[in-house]
Design a protein around this ligand. Structure first.
Ligand SMILES: Cc1cc2nc3c(=O)[nH]c(=O)nc-3n(C[C@H](O)[C@H](O)[C@H](O)COP(=O)(O)O)c2cc1C
Length: 214
């Protein structure tokens, strides 16, 4: 009982800065899932999705797989990043709004309210599926100041980062029997505008996720 109360106080303290529209995620389940070789055996892209919302637990597991902290001492993540710049942000687009994943607080912080799923990609299924992840690089985290400073090699690193993050998500989806597909087909200028992103932020890839349609 006392342990439970202490845990509750820690959780409240961690989320004390949460805004009204932020979503507090449950702790990710870091021990479950199918064996890694089975997940690799099942990994595939699918473009048919049930419109049913995912549970908060599933959302938490998926966010953690993509970009969670798996070594608290160093703050390092489930996906590697070039020179540990950790320039990637994981944006989570739901029916209710667009959020950015705060891995330290296990929180989805509101970026914009409302349903913006149709802006996440140019394919029809994108606006119907319950979840779209956007892998967005913030090059300011590489200590760069102006768009002219960004080199092709730095951008390639962000593309590689998004590849690692999305493969983690693919494997969790394989384990949970969810559908997913990584996507480059995005109207980036329009989305950049709607999200009010800084010119130093670059939309790399999107990934649609949902329960399989059976
Ligand atoms: C960088 C990249 C961009 C992709 N972009 C799209 C896309 O915009 N739309 C789509 O439906 N699939 C996209 N895909 C998924 C590929 O079509 C898919 O991985 C490929 O057909 C192989 O199928 P598999 O993933 O089931 O092995 C992309 C894959 C990668 C690696």
């Amino acid at each position: 009982m006392r342990n439970n109360l202490a845990l509750l106080f820690v959780l409240i303290a961690m989320n004390v800065n949460a805004q009204k529209s932020d979503l507090i995620l449950p702790q990710p389940d870091t021990t479950g899932g199918v064996p890694i070789m089975k997940a690799l055996h099942e990994r595939s892209s699918a473009r048919e999705f049930s419109e049913t919302d995912l549970s908060m637990q599933d959302l938490s597991d998926l966010c953690w797989a993509a970009w969670g902290i798996n070594r608290v001492e160093s703050g390092k993540r489930t996906a590697p990043s070039s020179r540990n710049f950790q320039e990637m942000d994981l944006y989570v687009v739901l029916k209710t709004g667009v959020f950015v994943y705060n891995a330290q607080k296990n929180l989805l912080e509101i970026v914009k309210e409302g349903d913006l799923r149709d802006l996440c990609g140019t394919q029809e299924f994108v606006e119907k599926a319950p979840v779209n992840f956007l892998y967005i690089a913030d090059l300011r985290k590489r200590n760069l100041e102006k768009p002219e400073d960004i080199t092709d090699t730095q951008l390639l690193s962000s593309w590689a980062n998004a590849g690692f993050m999305s493969q983690n998500v693919y494997l969790v989806c394989a384990s949970k029997d969810f559908s997913t597909v990584i996507r480059a087909m995005i109207d980036r200028d329009k989305l950049q505008n709607e999200l009010g992103l800084n010119p130093m932020q670059r939309i790399i890839l999107g990934q649609t996720i949902g329960k399989s349609q059976k």
